[in-house]
Write a protein that binds this ligand. Sequence first.
Ligand code: SF4
Length: 333
Amino acid sequence: MVYITFSRNIFIPVTNVCRNECGYCAFRARSCEDAYVISKQEVLNVLQNKGAATEALFSAGEKPELAYTDLASFFKTRLSLSGAQSFSLVRYTKELCRLAIKHGLLPHCNLGLLSRDELMELRDVNASMGLMLETTAGLRLEAHKRSPGKDPFLRVQMIEEAGKLEIPFTTGILVGIGEDKEDRIRSLDAIESLHEQYEHIQEVIIQPFVPKQSTTMCEVEQPGFEEMKETVRIARRILHDEIAIQVPPNLTSPKELIELGASDLGGISELTIDYINPESPWPRERELASKIAPFELRERLPIYSRYIEKGWYSEEIRPVIEKFIKSTGSLYR
Ligand code: SF4
């Protein structure tokens, strides 16, 4: 039997303030009027209604401290109002991760580019972490011209640091942002060679670009399904067997991609929305199961079993992992 995995999560957008200006992004704040920083109370409200979730996914704009002046000041003011101990996204998110752990959830942070010190700061309060490589084509693409953080050299460097620090890791590529097939192959090759060296990649997301109103790429066409199929096929050929290929079930039709080698559907939530793609609701679990039949859906944790076996987690999250192992021994990939 081939199992297709997913994680039951709650999605917590820490802030939409970002120093980058990616051409396809509708998530980032354009001004202080549409900017936010989630408060601890708002996080607690979500955590108290976590239901059967096992994962707290923390996502944020990249380096909000370096956004243009008004937005950076907004970010710092909001942090201080929220009772944060410092003006740093990483330190504040660490406090939020601890709240999630206290509520029995395993955090997974994707905060954009982080330094080695910042990864070390977050490592003990995360079951796994993530950063989309997106593409090695990087800053030559119009989509990334105003996004210094999308420099592929820096992104590969961070994924490498995560490997050195033995952090189970999720990465992925974006399909259709101006890159071509050769770029995709180069991006997947880069991920594979990082895994070859550090064995830390859990899954690689193959994510289609979706045009959004109010972005400079709103008129650009979404990649066709044949392009998605071809990319999944190539990814399965390039990536090591133990790396799962993830396709987002709210952005693409998963069954045919599963037939070509995808085996994970990522995090889905019954409680929170996909804040990056709010116009695309996640299917309910039952709906998802019927969409992919006869493949069978199986829940997993945000840390894969091989990393639990290797002990790639901290004492701080050990009780949560042990609780899940005790309650449902079959949760693990
Ligand atoms: S895609 Fe991410 S890095 Fe780019 S502008 Fe949006 S939030 Fe920032």
